[in-house]
Unconditional design. Structure first.
Length: 128
C-alpha cells in the first residue's frame, strides 16, 4: 500500500511568533501564553490579569520582541496586551473595554467630531 509522505502543518504568524517568544524566555515567554486576535492592524494579546498581564506589557517594551512581531506580522501592525475577560483589576478591564470601543472607526469618528472624551465603557452584558 502506498502512503503519502506526511506534510508539516502550516503555521500561521501567531504560531511562529509563539515559538520565537518561547525561545527568548522570561517576559516574552509569558506573552506567548496569550490568546491573540488581529483586528484592523492591531494584534491584541489577551493574558490573565495581574502578574501575567504585567509581564506581557513588559515584554512589549523589549526591542527584540517588537522586532519579532514585525517579522511575523509586518512593520505596520501595532501590538497591545489586554486582560482576559473576568481577570485582572477593574481598572484593567475598563481600559481594555475602552480601547476596544475606541478602536471602532464609527465610534472614533463621532468622538473626534464632537471633541469628546470617553469616561467609562460598560459591556452590554452587564445589564446597566
Amino acid at each position: 500500500m502506498f502512503r503519502a509522505p506526511a506534510r508539516a502543518a502550516k503555521r500561521g504568524p501567531w504560531e511562529g511568533l509563539v515559538v520565537d517568544l518561547e525561545k527568548m524566555g522570561g517576559s516574552a515567554a509569558v506573552l506567548a501564553k496569550g490568546r491573540a486576535t488581529l483586528d484592523r492592524g492591531t494584534l491584541t494579546v489577551a493574558l490573565h490579569g495581574g502578574r501575567e498581564l504585567a509581564e506581557g506589557r513588559r515584554a512589549l517594551r523589549d526591542p527584540t520582541v517588537v522586532e519579532l512581531v514585525a517579522r511575523h506580522y509586518g512593520e505596520r501592525v501595532k501590538v497591545d496586551v489586554d486582560a482576559l475577560p473576568d481577570t485582572g483589576t477593574e481598572n484593567d478591564r475598563q481600559k481594555a473595554l475602552a480601547r476596544k470601543v475606541l478602536a471602532d472607526p464609527d465610534v472614533k469618528r463621532v468622538v473626534d467630531a464632537l471633541g469628546a472624551t470617553l469616561l467609562r465603557a460598560v459591556p452590554l452584558t452587564d445589564g446597566e
